[in-house]
Structures are given as structure tokens and as C-alpha cells.
Ligand binder design. Structure first.
Ligand code: AGP
Length: 605
């Protein structure tokens, strides 16, 4: 996710560009840049770091009235001055900012290098400006060059382009990454999201996939990928800036819960070729896979719960020995790891002190190390032998939601890749991959249960405790559901293996105790159902999360997850328990995005 702004009009562009980028920093903030253009020159300033670093580079009297800006959330190429946007062609006559992922950038880069082009960054985005240069050099019409360029791009993009050949014009294109246009008597605007525009205009128009636009000082032309003209339709945007930054939701947590279908789609993008798993970073890892005698998953908090899920899948798919150790314990438990051990570290921030300390010990013991992180270029990402990135984008709420579900998804892909490298065939992999590709829509469908969950959360109004129970792959879901509830609503919650209740914890169950039961695994669900009945017999109010085929007529509060392979049900289960925690916290008037005592990244031991 990155932030883009663009303006052309009667006024200087710089104030809008900077103001807009500051409103979009929640979309990415590891580097920033702008291009300003007039009839004589196209000038670009860009730097690693936050917007304030960029502002230090800018003179105050920059009056050019056409320009584009970008604040980056790195996906390809670590945060650096060279990798920051905008990217320009060699002749510095064209400048581009991009939000999205060009899946086929390597192929395009190869082609352009053969045509004599040189590349200066590690980004996928740089191929876009070089392609534009290539097509423009064949026929100097930027609209045609843009149409030809986007036809070659596979993946997602929101683009803004300026060129010295048309110093008052901005070209825009959109596919799967957001772009909105705005207009006022000052000029015409574009941005990744409405908050950037609202101080200047509330008349906005979200672009649709495949649409392109040509913005001039006081006019705009809208057309489709065949160049066919489209009538622009502006709407009056109903929200203020703060609400717009949260996508119209009342908290970043709720916005991020609803972003999960999109970020799961981005995390899965390009990972499958038929039944083959596409993870080049793992293919390039120099590891003797046959000599790996054990695998250890290591993380903290929510990421630790993702490791418990991954550990179960690893054993199911590969049959090889593995374990999970909380990072805060790893360096004190004299772990039995050595050069024949694969250690997999999971971290949203990539900066968690306990996880970093565990990584240091694992490396000292000669382990092969892989990281699954969300922040490109973070400390953990830089120190492991290979790193895979979730595409969750910046996660602003302290309680992790979209980072967790994208960790589950990417760990699942990684384990399928490891099975491939071990030469092990995973039964039913075609159906599994088919269902994985449907996860964005299945997650969207699961969000449809929000109203029921909101109703069920009211049960906690007078409760101080809640219990989450599940077996097998439902157990990490129970752990994560309990953590989410504790984090945001301060209701005490515990998670138990359902089969463990009768060995003690059931003593806690009394009339009206709230139990969230997860029974999504068909092979074991009947056992779980009988455990749940034990709690009902003692007066518990049970909210059952189960699959469509489960016989649950005895239960009053039932949420049925959409049909999919049971190994994937942890993802919709997480979405449901996130919503449950959110509404429980709302009921109690808690600070949803910044819960008491918590930090987003625990960089101290
Ligand atoms: C999750 O809701 C918590 N904020 C916390 O448990 C977090 O998952 C943990 O601190 C690990 O952080 P990391 O993923 O950035 O390493």
C-alpha cells in the first residue's frame, strides 16, 4: 500500500501534494518523493524516511502548478533513496509514481534491458516509466504510450505520470489499487484515497479498474483501456478527513478487519503456477533440504499463534518433526537446534526484541533461518537467510488482525513449498490451492456475519470472563480469539483444548458463562461438540463457530463458516473472533486502536 497525490491547476502544486501525502501516511511511510514540472524542467526530490525528511529537501518557493507525490510502503526493494518514488526515465522527461505490484516486472525488465535500458532501483515500479519511454519513443503520444504500457502490466497498479512534453498534464491509470479524482476551481486532483483531497474538494470520483484519465488545469478526460471515452461522474464525499483515513469506519481496527479480503489477495498474488508453489526466495535459499532434521517456528503474541497453526500444518503435510517455541523463551530454554534445523520466524513489525534475540541465537547455532514479516527491510527481514513478505500494508491498530490472517496464508504457502522441496506430495493439493485462491471472496462472505457477531458480543456486557475452546487447527484460533478479546475489551479470556476442559477448567463454567467454541474440523468436530455440551449442561451460553455441514441444531448461537478445505478455516475463524473482540470492546467503550498498556511493536525484552 502506498500513498499517491497529483495536482494540476492555477495554484502551486506543492502545498496540495505535501498535505495530501501527510493525510495518506497511514498507507505507507518508509520513503517519500515528489516531481514538479513546468515548461522548462521536470524536477524530482525523493528520500528514504518519512515525509518530514522529504520536506527538508524542498525550497519553499517552488511554484510549479503541476506535480505528483508518493509515500511508500516497500514491497520490492528495501526503503532507500533510489527505491523511493517517483521513478524517472533516463532522459528525465517522464516521471511516474505507482501503488501496487507488477507481477511480471522481471520479464519486462529483461526485455527493456535487451532494448538498451538501464535500471537504477530494485523496484518493480521502475519498469513502468521505462516502458512508457519505450512506447513514447516509438510514437510521441503519451495517451497511446500509457494504453500500451498498462496492457503489458500483470498485477495491480494506480499510476500518476507527468512529462515535460505536456507540463500541465497528469496521466492516471488504475487497476486493483485505489485512485480517486477530485476537482475544484483551483484545478484537478488525484490521490490514492479521499483524505488527501478533502481539504480542497469534496467532489470526488473513484476510478474503476481499467480506467485511465488525462488531467489538465481545468479539465479531465476519462477513458477505458481501449481509449473509449467515459463520462466522469463526481459524487459529494460524506466523511470528514479523520473518518476518511479510517475508510469511513470508526477505528483503524475495523478498517483493517475489512481490508482482509484485499490483503489476502495481495499476499497470495503470483504464489501459484498450477499446483506449483512460486516462492523464488525459498528456491534460491542454499539449503540441503534433505539434511533438515527438525523445524522450529518462533514468534511472539499473535504471530506465535500463527506459528502454532503453521506447526500443525507442517507436521500434517510433511510428516517431519517440528515444534513451536515462544521467542521470549527460546534463548532461555537451551533449544535443541543446530545446522540441521530450519527456524522460521514470524513477525508483523520485524522489530520485536524477543524474536530478534531468538534469531541471533538460532544463527549462532548454525540454523537455516526464514522470516515471514510484514515490514520490508525490517531488522528480522534483513538478518534471516530468506524472507517472505505478507502484503498486509501498514497495520495501524495495536491489535493485529490483517497481519495475522496474511501470516496464516503465507505460512501455509511456505509449508506447501517446503513439502515440494522435500519431494513430498500433499494429498488434495489441487483442491487446496483452488480454495486458497477463493479465500478473498470467502473472507468477504465471512464478514457478512458482522451483524450476528455484534449481537452475540452483547452477551459479554456483564461478564468478566470468556472462554475459547477448540481442538487441532481450531486451537490456535481459540488462542488468537482469546488474545484479541483481552487486548481490546479487557475482558479476561482463556483458550483451552476442548478435550482439556474436563481436566479442570470446566470448574470455571457457571450459569451464563460465555464460551466461544470452534468446531470447524470435520474429523474431530463430533468430539468437540460433546465437550461443548458439557459446558452447556453447566449453564454456559455457547457461540458455536462451525462449518456448513455440522449438525448444530441443539445450539442457539451458531455461525457457519463458508465451505472450504478445513485447513483454511482458521482464516474466517480469525475474522469472526476479531469482530467479536471489536464489538465487545465497543460495548465497554474501550479505546479500540490504542488499548491500555500495549505497544504496536514490542522492541524491548
Ligand atoms: C497482537 O494483537 C499484539 N499486538 C502482539 O501480540 C503482537 O502480535 C506481538 O507483539 C508480536 O509482534 P510482531 O508480530 O510485530 O513481532
Amino acid at each position: 500500500m502506498c500513498g499517491i497525490t497529483g495536482f494540476t491547476g492555477k495554484e502551486p502544486a506543492l502545498p496540495f501534494l505535501l498535505q495530501g501525502l501527510s493525510r495518506l501516511e497511514y498507507r505507507g511511510y518508509d520513503s517519500a518523493g515528489i516531481t514538479l514540472v513546468n515548461s522548462k524542467k521536470l524536477r524530482t526530490w525523493k528520500t528514504k524516511g518519512r515525509l518530514a525528511e522529504l520536506e527538508k529537501l524542498l525550497q519553499k518557493d517552488l511554484t510549479q502548478s503541476c506535480g505528483i507525490g508518493h509515500t511508500r510502503w516497500a514491497t520490492h526493494g528495501v526503503p532507500s533513496n533510489m527505491n523511493a518514488h517517483p521513478h524517472m526515465n533516463e532522459a528525465c522527461t517522464i516521471s511516474v509514481v505507482h501503488n501496487g505490484i507488477v507481477e511480471n516486472y522481471a520479464v519486462l525488465k529483461e526485455e527493456l534491458i535487451k532494448e538498451g535500458y538501464h535500471f537504477h532501483s530494485e523496484t518493480d515500479s521502475e519498469v513502468i516509466v521505462q516502458l512508457l519511454d519505450y512506447y513514447y519513443s516509438k510514437k510521441p503520444v503519451m495517451k497511446d504510450a500509457l494504453i500500451k504500457t498498462v496492457k503489458r502490466l500483470e498485477g495491480s497498479y494506480a499510476l500518476c505520470i507527468t512529462t515535460i512534453f505536456e507540463p500541465n498534464t497528469i496521466y492516471v491509470a488504475k487497476k486493483e489499487s485505489p485512485m480517486v479524482l477530485g476537482q475544484s476551481k483551483e484545478g484537478v486532483f488525484c490521490a490514492s484515497d479521499a483524505p488527501a483531497l478533502l481539504a480542497y474538494t469534496k467532489d470526488i470520483m473513484p476510478l474503476q479498474d481499467g480506467q485511465m484519465a488525462i488531467l489538465n488545469k481545468n479539465s479531465l478526460e476519462l477513458f477505458d483501456q481501449n481509449g473509449k471515452s467515459i463520462q466522469p461522474k463526481f459524487i459529494h464525499f460524506p466523511y470528514d478527513i479523520q473518518a476518511a483515513q479510517k475508510g469511513g469506519y470508526d477505528s483503524f481496527m475495523m478498517k483493517e478487519i475489512h481490508e482482509q479480503p484485499d490483503v489476502i489477495r495481495e499476499t497470495l498474488r503470483g504464489r501459484f503456477r498450477g499446483n506449483k508453489i512460486v516462492l523464488p526466495k525459498i528456491d534460491e535459499l542454499k539449503a540441503d533440504w534433505n539434511s533438515i532434521s527438525n523445524t522450529v517456528f518462533i514468534a511472539c503474541g499473535t504471530a506465535y499463534h500463527a506459528c502454532i497453526y503453521a506447526n500443525s500444518l507442517y507436521q500434517k503435510y510433511t510428516g517431519k518433526p517440528s515444534s513451536v517455541i515462544p521467542a521470549s523463551e527460546f534463548r532461555y530454554c537451551d533449544p535443541n537446534v543446530d545446522e540441521h534445523t530450519l527456524c522460521i520466524f514470524v513477525s508483523q513489525s520485524g522489530e520485536t526484541a524477543d524474536t530478534l534475540a531468538a534469531l541471533k541465537l538460532a544463527k549462532a547455532k548454525g540454523c537455516t533461518t526464514i522470516a515471514v514479516v510484514n515490514v520490508l527491510g525490517s531488522s528480522i527481514a534483513r538478518q534471516t537467510d530468506a524472507v517472505l513478505y505478507t502484503a498486509a500494508g501498514p497495520e495501524i491498530a495495536v491489535a493485529s488482525t490483517k497481519a495475522y490472517t496474511t501470516q496464516l496464508v503465507l505460512l501455509h504457502v511456505l509449508i506447501l513449498k517446503l513439502a515440494e522441496l522435500y519431494g513430498i506430495k500433499v494429498n488434495g493439493i489441487s483442491r487446496l490451492i483452488k480454495d486458497m485462491k477463493r479465500l478473498p471472496e470467502l473472507t468477504e462472505e465471512t464478514l457478512g456475519y458482522e451483524k450476528e457477531i455484534k449481537k452475540y458480543a452483547k452477551m459479554l456486557k456483564d461478564q468478566r470472563d470468556a472462554y475459547f475452546i477448540g481442538r487441532q487447527l481450531d486451537y490456535p484460533s481459540a488462542l488468537e480469539g482469546a488474545l484479541k478479546l483481552k487486548e481490546v475489551s479487557y475482558v479476561h479470556a482463556d483458550a483451552y483444548y476442548a478435550g482439556e476442559l474436563k481436566h479442570g477448567p470446566i470448574a470455571l463454567i457457571e450459569k451464563n458463562t460465555v464460551v466461544i467454541a470452534l468446531a470447524t474440523q470435520p474429523e474431530i468436530a463430533a468430539k468437540t461438540i460433546s465437550n461443548i455440551k458439557e459446558t452447556v449442561a453447566r449453564g454456559a451460553r455457547v457461540i458455536l463457530i462451525t462449518d456448513p455441514d455440522m449438525d448444530a441444531k441443539e445450539f442457539k448461537y451458531v455461525i457457519r463458516i463458508p465451505k472450504m478445505r478445513p485447513e483454511l478455516m482458521a482464516i474466517p475463524s480469525a475474522v469472526l473472533t476479531q469482530l467479536f473482540a471489536y464489538y465487545a470492546a465497543k460495548e465497554k467503550g474501550c479505546d479500540i486502536d490504542k488499548p491500555r498498556n500495549l505497544a504496536k511493536s514490542v522492541t524491548v525484552e
